[in-house]
Ligand binder design. Structure first.
Ligand code: 5GP
Length: 192
């Protein structure tokens, strides 16, 4: 998506450890009209699927998932990273290793919100090593639901998550694919 690549080049900042910050439109402040375009793009990519639910993980996946879900007319379900009092014990749960924090945590969804009739589109902001997506797919498996694929805003294609998932036959659609992030703060996209 050309407009996304231009926005990343203009507003993104490369940090040590292969971290890209896009706080001006995706990870802190949300550019809602731009996110609306992103949502429409995911809708056009997956419009032939009979999606019943969009699944993401807190925090930054949620706004993107909402803009996609509104196009499909379905709810968004987000996996929670913390066991809180307002989350019941009747949950599907999976362990995920965080790329940005380097720790592992349990991601949970209440069983009542995902079942074997569901056809699920996973949406997330970034794809790096693929642990978040694999965790979400594990939750879908536990529920006996079907996953039609993953919609990603920014894939860091030099990390191996996307390759591993596609090799397993999973449909992964990334709107911007970064080939390389350089020490001088510049980055390059994969030319399609
Ligand atoms: P993965 O599980 O694929 O290694 O990492 C995906 C998750 O880590 C995403 O949900 C995202 O929140 C976070 N993440 C990975 N790489 C980056 C990055 O370069 N920048 C930001 N802002 N988040 C990232």
């Amino acid at each position: 998506m050309k407009a996304l690549e231009e926005k990343i080049l203009k507003e993104g900042k490369v940090y040590p450890g292969n971290v890209l910050k896009v706080g001006s439109f995706l990870n802190h402040q949300i550019d809602v009209s731009f996110m609306e375009e992103i949502g429409k793009e995911f809708h056009s990519l997956f419009q032939n699927e009979k999606i019943t639910k969009v699944l993401t993980i807190e925090t930054s996946g949620i706004p993107v998932a909402c803009f996609a879900a509104i196009c499909f007319g379905v709810p968004v379900l987000f996996a929670k990273k913390h066991q809180t009092k307002n989350l019941s014990d009747d949950c599907y749960s999976t362990e995920i290793t965080s790329f940005t924090h380097g720790n592992t945590y349990q991601a949970r969804i209440e069983k009542k919100y995902l079942n074997s009739d569901d056809v699920v589109l996973i949406i997330d902001d970034f794809l790096a090593n693929g642990c978040a997506l694999e965790g979400l797919m594990d939750l879908i498996r536990q529920a006996g639901a079907k996953c039609v694929g993953c919609g990603i805003v920014i894939e860091k294609a030099f990390q191996d998550g996307g390759k591993r998932l596609r090799e397993q036959g999973i449909r992964v659609e990334s709107l911007a694919r970064i080939a390389k992030m350089n020490d001088d703060g510049t980055l390059e996209f994969i030319k399609e």
